[in-house]
Design a protein around this ligand. Structure first.
Ligand code: ADP
Ligand code: MG
Length: 235
């Protein structure tokens, strides 16, 4: 028992450290990227490819951190009652610029009063990793739709795109560490997402058709919010 306690304490230290290192490393990477671009603009044509390679490698490091950031701490801390509707609005604000950069359109619709238990940061990480994949899968004129509704006693989030879609054997590999079909992919994004949703007692279903698009359906247990406390308890 003592041995296990020590092990879990060590794991906690390591995972806390990993998460803060990830945060701290992102900034210097961005600064370095900026200076590399400045230098590239002043350099000989023949050296430009090296700057491009260096920038690409920095981007890859940032990607790994982005996809992996919260996986360092997979156990759920700070579990609170989340207003899913509000969380989706925040995610929309974060992701709209990325969709625009890829030439696609992101639209989000969320019913009011969808409450679930979870951790806000991790929920955001989980959904952002999926929306990011959809944005990367669509071409010009692509659309990504995020919808959140109540169905029975579940909160349902659907993320659908009309992007490149997947073959059945690819769908089967989703969430497997390092499975990626992208030249600059990490193959960590969905592993993190699946883990977070599992810990939040949610489920994920995928429907995909090659060349047509993909739809992820995530279900969380809905929490009833309409309990009215008697006055004396409602301090
Ligand atoms: P990465 O994005 O770094 O490749 P992920 O774990 O996020 O890693 O995704 C793994 C793979 O799943 C992707 O490389 C892609 O082949 C496939 N995939 C995930 N989401 C979609 C989607 N919406 N449309 C098409 N393929 C997808
Ligand atoms: Mg991804």
């Amino acid at each position: 028992y003592n041995h296990r306690l020590q092990r879990s304490e060590k794991l906690k230290i390591i995972s806390d450290l990993a998460a803060s290192v990830a945060h701290e490393v992102r900034n210097p990477l961005q600064v370095t990227r900026g200076f590399l671009q400045l230098l590239a603009s002043r350099t000989d044509e023949k050296d430009k490819p090296y700057f491009e390679l260096a920038t690409n490698e920095l981007d890859r490091a940032s990607e790994i951190i982005t996809d992996f950031l919260t996986f360092a701490k997979p156990e759920l801390e700070n579990i609170v009652l989340l207003d899913l509707t509000k969380e989706i609005r925040k995610i929309e604000a974060i992701m709209i610029p990325m969709a625009a950069m890829h030439g696609g359109i992101l639209s989000c619709r969320a019913e009011d009063s969808l409450y679930i238990y979870g951790n806000s940061t991790k929920l955001k990480q989980a959904l952002i990793n999926m929306i990011k994949n959809s944005i990367e899968a669509i071409g010009k004129d692509g659309t990504v739709e995020v919808q959140a509704i109540a169905e029975g006693d579940e909160a349902v989030v659907r993320i659908s795109d009309n992007g490149q879609g997947m073959e059945e054997d690819e769908v089967a590999k989703l969430g497997v560490p390092f499975f990626s079909t992208k030249t600059k992919g990490t193959g960590l994004g969905l592993m993190v997402t699946y883990r977070i949703i599992e810990v939040m007692k949610g489920t994920i279903k995928v429907r995909s058709a090659k060349g047509k698009g993909t739809e992820f359906t995530i279900r969380f247990p809905l929490t009833v919010q309409d309990i009215v406390l008697p006055d004396e308890l409602n301090v």
